[in-house]
Ligand binder design. Sequence first.
Ligand SMILES: C[S@@+](CC[C@H](N)C(=O)[O-])C[C@H]1O[C@@H](n2cnc3c(N)ncnc32)[C@H](O)[C@@H]1O
Length: 388
Amino acid sequence: MPDDEQRLIQARVSLTQQIDRGSVVLSSQLAEAFLNVPRHPFVPVFYRRESERFIPWQITDGDAQAWLDAVYTDDSLITEVDGVHAEQADPGGVTGVPTSSSTAPSLMADMLDALDVNEGDEVYEAGAGSGYNAAMLCHLAGDKHVTTVDRSDTLTALARERLNGLGFDPLVIHGDGARDLPPDAMYDRIIATASVRRIPPSWLERCRVGGILVIPFKGTLAGGMIARLTKLPDGTAVGRILHTPAAFMPLRTGTEAEEQVPEIPDGPCRDAGLSGRALDDWTFSFFAQLHMPPGLVRTYDRSGDGLHVTTLYDPADGSATRIEDRPEATPLVTSIGPRDLWAPMELAHQLWRRLNRPRREWFSIEATPAGQTVTYMAPDGQIHRWTR
Ligand SMILES: C[S@@+](CC[C@H](N)C(=O)[O-])C[C@H]1O[C@@H](n2cnc3c(N)ncnc32)[C@H](O)[C@@H]1O
């Protein structure tokens, strides 16, 4: 066997072992998929970070083994920044916000395990990205049963080419994954690899009864989570939140404009019972998001003293609240507009402590086309519900 081929096999074995050693229980079916489907054809060029810049990196840029090791490490690989694909970037790189990546393989494995794909299942993926996850779906369900959609024409063209290169011929669509489902198609499995605030009604409608949906949710409080739901005969979907935290890029529907957070001038203020840093704790920020409107915007920064400053803004009513840490004093809260947005967070934090910091996998979720409800049943039988 040629050396190169041997090296590539070893790389896939190493990646599968890395996933297996982590918190994901890798079924034999999934292990077989990771052993057989190579990652490198889907990410011939990706970005590596050098402080603020994203620098394109391909196998011919220096140490080929280091490149291969990076591809077969359990990390996400950024392939697009503000719409500039790594394959089109200048060698000096770009700055901006990542807009596409190949998801970390252990997270893919966890989501694929939850999706429970069987051969012949009709599968729909929103967020084709590099096409690597779609290749896994092709391996598991059969390529003629897979549809994958991305909002970028460059990404869909590249993903199609690379899937075809491995002998897979799924339906790859350029469009909005929440809206551009092929007419009349029904699916046994629906997976999103971009996050939503609410499940789009189209996914609920197009999932067959008994079918499974695996969907990442995320607002701006950083409390990303993944839900696994089963479609019921009455059209609702019910399920649980997975243990895995996940901060996926948002599914951009084209209707959610970037909200500009207003400046909050100094003015009447109050002492806070909680620092804005509480939101950096992912176990709390998941819970915190349940108490806030889905459209809430959070930004954070450092003050002149290097201390943490969080700002919350609700575009629905124009309320904006700043929470500033202070040296050797309680944090300070300043608000404009009709509501103090930090007050419900302070109450949510008290409730979270009283409930003994419940873990996200202890929550269940129910979704209908009209909205979704997250429920927590405490050990004493008391039920807490949040509807959006
Ligand atoms: C984390 S990446 C997907 C990773 C991909 N599954 C893979 O294996 O490489 C998220 C993708 O969602 C896509 N996306 C964002 N909004 C979308 C939308 N409305 N419809 C379809 N795709 C969308 C982005 O272009 C991006 O490629």
